[in-house]
Design a protein around this ligand. Sequence first.
Ligand SMILES: [Zn+2]
Ligand SMILES: [Zn+2]
Length: 58
Amino acid sequence: MDCYECSTRGGAEPAVAVCRSCSAGLCLVHLRETASEMRNGSVMPTCSHDTWIPRSRA
Ligand SMILES: [Zn+2]
Ligand SMILES: [Zn+2]
């Protein structure tokens, strides 16, 4: 699986983890990014991934 965040930007980093909220694959960079966002957002049950938005899949 590739990192979801990277693939939306045209990259292809291998995922090292899966988001608990949306099951998106995350590379190390985006895993940390998401973790810090969740920490800052305290009780936000959702993450910042737009996996629920239908996008044209290349
Ligand atoms: Zn990534
Ligand atoms: Zn997520």
